[in-house]
Ligand binder design. Structure first.
Ligand SMILES: *Cc1c(COP(=O)(O)O)cnc(C)c1O
Length: 366
C-alpha cells in the first residue's frame, strides 16, 4: 500500500457537487474579480476568525506584503521574525524595502521564542511577525507583552482555525495573514490569501493597495498592486470554509493516532496542545534523510519543512543574515520530517506508516 504525502481529491470528494455548482454559478454570472462572492467570503471569513474585517487577496505572500505596508513598514526598517518558516515570510519583508531581524524559535514549540525577543528590538524595528508554524499558535500573549506598541502581524498561513484560549488565529495580533494555497488547512482550487484585522483604516488601506491604490475608479491615491482575489476562488472557499472545523478536528484525530502508534519509536513527536490544527505533523529524527529514503522505498511519502533555515537562503546573501547562528531553527532544519496528515487519510494508512517505521528502526530489509 502506498501512502501519498497529500491527496486533495479525498478532501473534495464529499463536496464535489457543491464545488462544481459554485464554480458554474460564477462562470454563468459574468462577474469574475472582486464581485459578490469575494464580498460574501470576506464577511464569512472575518466572522469565522473573530475580526471586524477580512480583505481577500490573490495569495498569502500578498497578504504578508500588504499587512506590512499597512503597519507602516518601509525602506530601512527592521521586521522581527523567525528563521524557521517558508521563504515567503522573509520575501514579503524584503518587498517593502525592510530587512528581517531573526529571533530563534523555542525548541519545544517551533515558534518565535518570546524570551529572545526583547534584545532583538532596535530603534528601527517597525513590526514583529511571528509564524504559527505547522498549525500551532505562537506564544502570542508573551510576544504582545514584549512588543508593547509595535504592531504584531501574524503569519497564520498554516493556522486557519487554530485557537488560543478561545480566540482564533488572525484575531490575536494587529493584522493576520492567511494563504489559501490548495494544500493549506483552508485551500482554494488555485491561489488565494487574506488579511484579517479589527482596524478600519488598515483594512481600507489594504483594500486600496490590492486594487492599484484606487479610492475610486482611476483615483490612484496609493502606489498599489494587482493583488485581487477572483470570484471562482471565493466561491470555492465559501463552500470549504463550512467544513474547516470538521477537517481540523479530523487532523487532530489523525495526530492522536500517530502519537499512539509511534510513541515507542526513536522519533520526537510534536507536542499536543489545545487549538493545534496540524497543518503538518512535524516529527524529528536523527538521520532524517536516510529515514526518508527508507520510508519512500516502503511506499510512504514524506516532506521536509524546511531544509534550509531562512538566514541561510542563498538568494538573501546580500543581507548578511548567514553570519548569525540560530541553533534551535538549525536543528529543526536538519531533523524535521513531515508525515502524511490530511483529511481523508485512513487508519490503515497510519498503520502502514507505523509498520514501515518499525521495520526501518528494527533494521529489517524491505
Ligand atoms: C504558504 C505560506 C506562505 C505563502 O503563501 P502563498 O499563498 O503561497 O503566497 C507564507 N507563509 C507561510 C508560513 C506559509 O506556509
Amino acid at each position: 500500500m502506498k501512502v501519498p504525502f497529500l491527496d486533495l481529491r479525498r478532501q473534495h470528494a464529499p463536496i464535489q457537487d457543491r464545488l462544481e455548482d459554485a464554480t458554474l454559478r460564477v462562470i454563468r454570472s459574468g462577474r469574475y474579480v472582486l464581485g459578490p462572492e469575494v464580498a460574501a467570503f470576506e464577511s464569512e471569513f472575518a466572522r469565522y476568525c473573530g475580526t471586524r474585517y477580512a480583505v481577500a487577496l490573490n495569495s498569502g505572500t500578498s497578504a504578508l506584503h500588504l499587512a506590512l505596508l499597512a503597519a507602516g513598514v518601509g525602506r530601512g526598517d527592521e521586521v522581527i521574525t523567525t528563521p524557521l518558516s517558508f521563504v515567503a515570510t522573509v520575501s514579503a519583508i524584503h518587498y517593502t524595502g525592510a530587512r528581517a531581524v531573526f529571533v530563534d524559535v523555542d525548541p519545544r514549540t517551533y515558534t518565535l521564542d518570546p524570551a529572545l525577543l526583547a534584545v532583538a528590538i532596535t530603534p528601527r524595528t517597525r513590526a514583529i511577525m511571528p509564524v504559527h508554524l505547522y498549525g500551532r499558535i505562537a506564544d502570542m500573549s508573551a510576544i504582545r507583552e514584549v512588543a508593547g506598541r509595535l504592531p504584531v502581524i501574524e503569519d497564520a498561513c498554516q493556522a486557519h482555525g487554530a485557537a488560543l484560549e478561545g480566540r482564533r488565529a488572525g484575531s490575536l495580533g494587529d493584522l493576520g495573514c492567511f494563504s489559501f494555497y490548495p494544500s493549506k488547512n483552508l485551500g482554494a482550487c488555485g491561489e488565494g490569501g487574506a488579511v484579517t484585522t479589527d482596524d478600519p483604516e488598515r483594512a481600507e488601506t489594504i483594500r486600496r493597495l490590492r486594487d492599484w491604490g484606487q479610492s475610486g475608479k482611476y483615483r490612484h491615491v496609493l502606489k498599489g498592486f494587482n493583488y485581487r482575489m477572483d470570484e471562482l476562488q471565493a466561491a470555492v472557499l465559501r463552500v470549504k470554509l463550512e467544513r474547516l472545523d470538521g477537517w481540523n478536528a479530523e487532523r487532530r484525530e489523525i495526530a492522536r493516532a500517530y502519537r499512539r502508534a509511534l510513541e515507542d519509536l526513536p522519533l520526537a513527536l510534536p507536542e499536543d496542545v489545545d487549538g493545534h490544527v496540524y497543518h503538518l505533523f512535524a516529527a524529528r529524527a536523527k538521520g532524517r534523510d536516510e529515514l526518508r529514503r527508507a520510508l519512500e522505498s516502503a511506499g510512504v511519502e514524506t516532506g521536509v519543512h524546511y531544509p534550509v533555515p531562512l538566514h541561510r537562503v542563498p538568494a538573501f546573501a546580500e543581507f548578511g543574515y548567514v553570519e548569525k547562528r540560530f541553533p534551535a531553527a538549525e536543528a529543526v532544519a536538519d531533523e524535521e520530517i513531515s508525515l502524511p496528515l490530511y483529511p481523508g487519510l485512513s487508519a490503515e494508512e497510519v498503520d502502514t506508516v507505523r509498520r514501515a517505521l518499525e521495520g526501518i528502526v528494527a533494521g529489517v530489509p524491505r
